[in-house]
Ligand binder design. Structure first.
Ligand code: TMP
Length: 208
């Protein structure tokens, strides 16, 4: 019988390089003959599309706290729909699922100003990833990468927001179970980080 797939999430501030690492890992897994699918949050579904509008700044909120609460609710709903309808079924069928951002993003981006416990509650039904990779980069590096993209900026891609993200990621990551979380130095080369990722998933590969 085919064994269960593995659920892997990548996290990090804007500009950390999660999307690149996911593409590298997907290729690696497919070369190893494994079935693999990638996901991103916000999703491409209706709630995810509305969240993209919020991220672009086109949706107005009367305060930052109100925005954090509304977006926290929407991200949790988007995540639950995606995990229930797409991620969980493929994992049960033996496919590996790689997710670009997950619940930690909500705690970092929406959980400031005393909303952390509420955000945790909203996300309590989201399945835990088997492995969480956190790409750590200093705020100035993250900001330089975001600026280098030359695209129109989303609301969390400012200097102040990125400084806050890095601070919150670094604090929250320490509270998570060390066995599941791998901190990666996002300033290393893409290839060097990818090799560390491959090393960390080895025990799961051996179980397949
Ligand atoms: P990205 O697709 O470039 O990673 O952008 C997603 C943006 O959405 C990024 O700024 C982080 C933000 N975000 C949240 O604020 N809360 C969440 O729960 C998630 C998943 C993403």
């Amino acid at each position: 019988m085919k064994s269960q797939g593995v659920f892997i999430a990548f996290e990090g501030p804007d500009g950390a390089g999660t999307t690149t690492q996911i593409e590298y890992l997907k290729q690696f897994l497919m070369n190893a003959g494994l079935d693999c699918e990638t996901f991103r949050q916000p999703s491409g579904g209706e709630i995810g599309q509305y969240l993209r509008q919020c991220l672009s700044g086109r949706v107005r909120f009367h305060s930052e706290r109100h925005r954090d609460w509304v977006m926290g609710l929407l991200f949790a709903a988007d995540r639950l729909c995606q995990s229930d309808q797409e991620i969980r079924p493929i994992i049960e069928g033996g496919t590996w699922a790689l997710c670009d951002r997950y619940t930690l993003s909500s705690l970092v981006y929406q959980g400031a100003d005393g909303l952390e416990d509420d955000i945790r509650q909203l996300n309590r039904f989201a399945p835990e990833p088997d492995i969480l990779f956190y790409l750590d980069v200093p705020p100035e590096v993250a900001l330089a990468r975001v600026n280098a993209r030359g695209q129109s900026k989303e609301i969390f891609e400012t200097k102040d927001a990125i400084e806050q993200q890095v601070k919150r990621y670094r604090a929250l990551i320490k509270t998570l179970p060390a066995a599941r979380v791998h901190r990666l130095d996002g300033q290393k080369s893409i290839e060097a980080i990818h090799q560390e990722v491959c090393g960390a998933i080895q025990p799961f590969l051996e179980r397949q």
